[in-house]
Write a protein that binds this ligand. Structure first.
Ligand code: MRU
Length: 345
């Protein structure tokens, strides 16, 4: 099952807000409906957002063609939709990457745009499979018995097209008989860990337990995990990692405990144009996501929440960054910018 797909002239997604209890597919036939789905996290996770960005440009092309636009008017309409989609969420660089990647084909016309967007689906699967194998090999180097891992948020197939990043590493290790147990942080406030990661782990038959976010560092300190494996929404030029809020405390705890902190992400998550994590726009989401539970307020009247959706883990807390092309030992070897350029292996 693909989390996001293209069906002739429209996008189909798994509606992630209803998981784990309801598996529902939703057809998105307009750029506006896709932007809405991105904003409410019906489709989410950096690689899936990249593909959504690309497919969104295809959707814009379909809409412009259906309005009988042509030439400069067609081009202008597609670019205007693409610009709105590109900024639907600010932090994951993959969204803009996917939009820009497909926009490059605009001069070649409607069919070329759709073909470039559809090609992103298979590219995402192959990329994440490759980085998962590399990550699994690294974990096996670090462990002399089936691994106990901790992960945060959801970096699984639901955050990509089919194969995950961090959870892709877990999946590859499981297929090699090398997983003892996975701890999934519940990931307040939207519970991507409890709802989505646990859903995927259960479906794969992988032994797992959910822990509250505040427990993650203690699980690490108590010697209950061999490595922490997470995904990323943006990796700055210096190797700083931006990921779901709550990732940074895990990296601090892992450093203190001498536990490996691994980041698995495609090269498209690396943003050479952003110098460091401090320069990344962190998405602020609605206060209600924190203060309400199933529509009921959990705080006194007048209390609001600061709802930062992501945090920055400095590069020197990252043991290794694993992509489809390389494993960079950030903590040991220095900053990412000191490493080979992203195009090298
Ligand atoms: O707000 P979300 O659910 O889109 O955040 C997702 C994450 O933070 C993931 O860890 C990240 O995108 C990596 S997904 C392979």
């Amino acid at each position: 099952v693909r989390t996001i797909d293209w069906s002739g002239d429209h996008v189909v997604i798994v509606e992630q807000t209803k998981l784990p209890h309801v598996v529902q597919f939703v057809e998105l036939r307009t750029v506006d409906s896709l932007i809405g789905a991105v904003r409410r996290l019906a489709v989410r996770g950096a690689p899936a957002l990249g593909v959504a960005g690309g497919l969104g440009v295809a959707l814009a092309a379909v809409e412009a063609t259906a309005r009988a636009l042509s030439g400069a008017a067609w081009d202008q309409a597609v670019r205007a939709d693409a610009a709105r989609l590109r900024t639907a969420r600010p932090t994951a660089v993959n969204l803009a990457w996917g939009v820009d990647h497909v926009l490059e084909r605009l001069p070649a016309g409607h069919d070329a745009v759709v073909a470039a967007a559809v090609a992103l689906l298979q590219l995402d699967i192959e990329t994440n499979r490759a980085l998962s194998m590399r990550g699994a090999a690294l974990v096996r180097e670090l462990t002399d018995r089936p691994a106990r891992l901790l992960t945060h948020c959801n970096a699984g197939g639901l955050a990509c097209v089919e194969w995950g990043t961090a959870l892709g590493v877990v999946r590859a290790l499981h297929e090699q008989g090398w997983i003892a147990e996975v701890f999934a942080d519940e990931t307040r406030p939207l519970l991507q860990g409890a709802r989505l990661t646990a859903f995927e782990l259960a479906a794969m038959g992988i032994p797992h337990r959910v822990v509250v976010d505040g427990a993650g560092p203690s699980v690490i300190a108590r010697g209950m995990v061999d490595a922490v494996v997470v995904g990323a929404d943006r990796i700055a030029a210096n190797g700083d990692v931006v990921n779901k809020i709550g990732t940074y405390p895990l990296a601090l705890a892992a450093k203190r405990a001498g536990v490996a902190f691994l980041v698995a992400a495609p090269e498209s998550t690396i943003d050479p144009a952003t110098a460091d994590g401090a320069a990344v726009e962190i998405e602020h989401r609605s206060s209600d996501e924190v203060t309400e539970w199933l529509g009921t307020s959990m705080v006194p009247p007048g209390t609001s929440a600061l709802n930062l959706a992501f945090d920055v883990t400095p590069y020197d807390l990252v043991t290794a960054l694993i992509t489809e092309r390389r494993a960079v030992r950030l903590a040991a070897d220095g900053r990412l910018s000191d490493e080979a350029a992203p195009t090298s292996t």
